[in-house]
Design a protein around this ligand. Structure first.
Ligand SMILES: *[C@@H]1O[C@H](CO)[C@@H](O)[C@H](O)[C@H]1NC(C)=O
Ligand SMILES: *[C@@H]1O[C@H](CO)[C@@H](O)[C@H](O)[C@H]1NC(C)=O
Ligand SMILES: *[C@@H]1O[C@H](CO)[C@@H](O)[C@H](O)[C@H]1NC(C)=O
Length: 436
């Protein structure tokens, strides 16, 4: 029994215990990525991600059909299995939708897609706003599912399926296929929303947001208040020539606040417009308003907009560090990404892009090395073309607790709607209250 006794004495030795403790401690530190952090590079002083060079210029050259200064390194040229190429066409012409939903979906999520078609993705929702919805899918070797998708694609004609393996870490491929399709088959939409199939979306609030993204939703509250006050004044002074509301005042308010948010304010807005359109105004203000001006508010509703070359890339913006502890679903080693911070990025799941932003990102992606997280990838590409992501609190990357329509009054998108029945119920309630 020589060995065991010797071993016991060995273990009893205080120094060895210490050494073991230290080793366990170091292993734990390593597990939680502490040493990895030591070898990280500083993002703020030392970030460079392939390719180097004048990426905006190369991207622009490809966009114009010229030969770029350097050859592209990335191509998402998977072939389409199903291509809803007619989506943005009317016979031989491209139509110009206001908004196109590019919905990232997984092959088996038939029910979610149906719920989206009936709720926020419903294309004929507004008589005066063109909205289109397309579902992005990859492929698998599951023939049964594929047969069902073939049927779905034929009956709804909104499935964009490309020949790549539909897995979580192929999300960047799915996203960029959506970009490529938009550029090739639907290039004239004003805005695009890239969104997952487990989201609640308020299409109405998306449209309100893109009118004034920097001041959303405050601008709506401000509008509500101004409209309410003026309508009140109008009511109080009805039939009172000396204290009557100047038509020009009404005109100005309507021009500056063409969108009302609450149901109440919409009634008031209607009242103000009627006042403006009424043939008989109080005598002293009548000459201010020509017939042309009187019709202006209607047009203003459509015309108030950001410039068409605005580079809007908006959503919930993160400034965060890569996960270096090995249990994380999002673990990345130094070889894949060396810097201590990610570039600012819009949380995957829901983001809104203007046409110009989508085009610039798409063409710049050809000169940016692939990265498997799609939101980080877009963040890197955005940095290369100097597009600064715009942050909005109304995109919820975790589920926003629903406690009646009022709680979703300004919500643009909320994660956590993997149950299609719940989506249908919540959406119907919020829509009835005028917020979806
Ligand atoms: C896709 O792109 C790669 C690299 O640019 C090229 O080698 C390949 O031939 C392309 N495939 C198709 C189907 O166009
Ligand atoms: C992504 O798709 C490609 C093309 O189908 C496939 O070769 C690759 O294995 C997929 N990657 C992952 C991580 O699933
Ligand atoms: C008419 O308006 C003026 C000014 O707002 C006010 O002082 C007056 O009391 C009003 N008269 C009537 C009859 O409402």
């Amino acid at each position: 029994m020589f060995l065991p006794r010797c071993f016991a004495r060995f273990l009893n030795c205080v120094r060895v215990k210490h050494i073991l403790t230290v080793i366990v401690f170091l292993l734990l530190l390593n597990f939680f990525g502490v040493f990895t952090h030591l070898f990280e590079k500083d993002f703020y002083t030392d970030f460079h991600y392939p390719l180097e060079g004048d990426i905006p210029q190369f991207a622009d050259q490809v966009r114009r059909g010229q030969k770029p200064g350097v050859a592209p390194i990335t191509s998402y040229n998977y072939t389409f299995v199903h291509n809803p190429s007619h989506k943005c066409r009317d016979k031989d012409f491209h139509v110009s939708p206001r908004l196109v939903f590019l919905v990232k979906s997984a092959m088996r999520n038939f029910k979610r897609r149906n719920a989206i078609r009936a709720t926020w993705g419903f294309e004929r929702r507004f008589s005066d706003v063109t909205v289109r919805t397309v579902f992005l899918l990859g492929t698998s070797d599951d023939q049964e599912t594929q047969k069902l998708i073939d049927i779905e694609a034929t009956s709804y004609r909104d499935v964009l399926q490309a020949d790549f393996l539909d897995t979580y870490f192929n999300n960047t491929i799915k996203t960029m296929i959506g970009f490529r399709w938009a550029v090739d088959f639907c290039p004239r939409s004003r805005y695009y929303m890239l969104v997952d199939d487990d989201f609640y979306v308020s299409t109405k609030n998306v449209l309100r947001f893109v009118r004034n993204p920097v001041h959303y939703p405050e601008y709506l509250e401000e509008a509500d208040e101004t409209i309410r006050q003026l309508a009140r004044k109008l009511t109080l002074t009805a039939g009172n020539a000396s204290g009557a509301v100047d038509k020009r005042e009404v005109q100005e308010v309507l021009e500056n606040h063409p969108v009302a948010h609450s149901v109440d304010s919409r009634k008031h807005l209607w009242q103000l417009r009627q006042h403006l359109l009424a043939p008989e105004g109080p005598a002293k203000t009548a000459d201010f308003v020509s017939e042309k001006a009187a019709k202006a508010p209607e047009r203003q509703l459509l015309e108030m907009d950001l410039p068409s070359d605005v580079r809007l890339f908006a959503g919930f913006v993160f400034t965060s560090a890569p996960h270096r502890h090995r249990t994380s679903k999002w673990y990345v080693d130094l070889e894949e990404y060396r810097w201590h911070m990610w570039p600012p990025y819009v949380s995957a799941g829901a983001c809104i892009l203007s046409r110009e932003a989508l085009f610039q990102l798409y063409f710049a992606s050809m000169f940016t090395k692939h990265f498997r997280f799609d939101d980080i990838y877009l963040g890197i590409v955005a940095m290369k073309v100097n597009i600064e992501p715009l942050h909005s609190e109304e995109f919820y990357f975790q589920k926003l607790t629903y406690s009646g329509p009022h709680s979703y009054r300004y919500t643009i998108a909320s994660h956590g709607y993997d149950d299609p029945d719940e989506l249908a119920k919540v959406w119907a309630e919020v829509k009835a209250a005028g917020h979806a």
